[in-house]
Design a binder for this molecule. Structure first.
Ligand SMILES: *Cc1c(COP(=O)(O)O)cnc(C)c1O
Length: 374
């Protein structure tokens, strides 16, 4: 946290703080990339794949064009298809479910834990059937799901674990990086994520060499050799520019994560005495992609902060079991009480790389003022 002059508005995020520290070095290399025309895959993507594999501690990292594509390739490589059921939390970003639909499988929505907002594995177990083939825990807001429970369920029922780590790059769980605990780990580098590309990008990782080779081919029109297509393929290639920018930013990610934790701690210190549910770190180690508080007065608090120039977010206001696109899913829509509560009570406060102390103070003062405590 830096110390600067008083502020009168705070944006939800300011991504320039991820770009400015790498701009000089990255621009020089970008000039080279452009003159080499290394626009699609190529050496800069390969370099990033190697460095991110090293950072995560995984043998195979495959750069793709989005987190959604990463999930799609993982589900294909897991052999999931029509007739199969896949467990996933109802309280997540929609893309977790898209991938299940893309392969023609059936999403089986599960409720989430009160404390962490991540998948409630006991509820998932109740929703198992003989058709269940996989589980997709989401490391929501940057906090790993209860992976010990996920792993135990998966082993007992022969499920493939595909981690949606889109919000949690760099988080550790039991000494390992989120995304390397299951058979597959999927990441998004959408610009607003903790590690953001200069456009769209994603990554899928696995320790299974055969699955990795298949996903590498699939992202590139399923070419095992040039113009020979073994199966239905996709254009999910990562762009060279993204590999270059991500590689530079990855070097700063450990510092950025510490900074996020510091901001989260500062919020917790200032706000803990209020009638507001603060993020609970139930499963270490939370990297605070989002700082989500909960209150039944969410809408009033949000409007109050907006009036003071404080931007907030809602992650997410409509749970999957209430999405119009799932109206045909046969399920008991009242069996997700915790997801429903998250949807109506969640409020994301500003927390971003480069946020300064004055901005944090201003947000805290706004929240305290709402509760009449300023
Ligand atoms: C961002 C995100 C995705 C999708 O990533 P894209 O790169 O936008 O396709 C998937 N799941 C979760 C939980 C996300 O936050």
């Amino acid at each position: 946290m830096r110390n600067v002059a008083p502020v009168s508005r705070v944006p939800f995020a300011d991504l320039s703080h991820q770009w400015n520290p790498i701009a000089t070095e990255a621009m020089a290399e970008l000039r080279q990339l452009f003159s080499d025309s290394a626009f699609s895959l190529g050496p800069w993507v390969e370099r990033f794949e190697q460095s991110v594999a090293g950072y995560l501690g995984t043998p195979h990292a495959i750069g793709v064009n989005s987190g959604t594509s990463a999930l799609h390739l993982a589900l294909i490589a897991a052999g999931i298809g029509p007739g199969d059921e896949v467990l996933l939390p109802s309280h997540t970003f929609i893309a977790t479910a898209w991938a299940v639909l893309y392969v023609g499988a059936t999403p089986v929505l599960c409720d989430v834990e009160e404390g962490s907002g991540t998948i409630d594995v006991a509820d998932a177990e109740r929703r198992l059937s003989s058709a269940t083939k996989a589980i997709v825990p989401v490391h929501l807001y940057g906090q790993p799901a209860d992976m010990a429970a996920v792993e135990s369920l998966a082993q007992r029922h022969g499920l493939t674990v595909i981690e949606d780590a889109a919000q949690a790059i760099g988080a550790t769980y039991d000494g390992r990086r989120a995304g390397t605990l299951g058979k597959f780990g999927c990441f998004s580098f959408y610009p607003a994520k903790n590690l953001g590309a200069a456009g769209e990008a994603g990554l899928v990782v696995t320790s299974d060499g055969a699955a990795a080779a298949r996903m590498r081919a699939l992202r590139h029109h399923a070419q095992s050799e040039r113009y020979v297509h073994a199966e239905l393929g996709f254009n999910y290639r990562m762009e060279g520019v993204q590999g270059l920018v991500l590689d530079h930013k990855l070097r700063l990610l450990p510092d950025w994560i510490e900074e996020r934790k510091g901001l989260a701690n500062a919020y917790a210190e200032r706000l803990s005495h209020l009638p507001l549910a603060l993020p609970r770190v139930a499963h270490k180690d939370h990297v605070f992609h989002l700082y989500v508080v909960r209150t039944p007065e969410r809408d009033a608090l949000r409007a109050f902060l907006q009036e003071r120039g404080i931007e907030t977010g809602l992650h997410y206001p409509v749970p999957l079991h209430r999405q119009p696109c799932f109206s045909a899913l046969d399920l008991d829509r009242d069996s997700f009480p915790v997801s429903d509560r998250y949807a109506s009570e969640c409020l994301s406060l500003p927390l971003f790389t480069g946020m300064d102390k004055a901005q944090l103070d201003y947000v805290c003062e706004g929240v305290l003022a709402y509760y009449g405590k300023s």
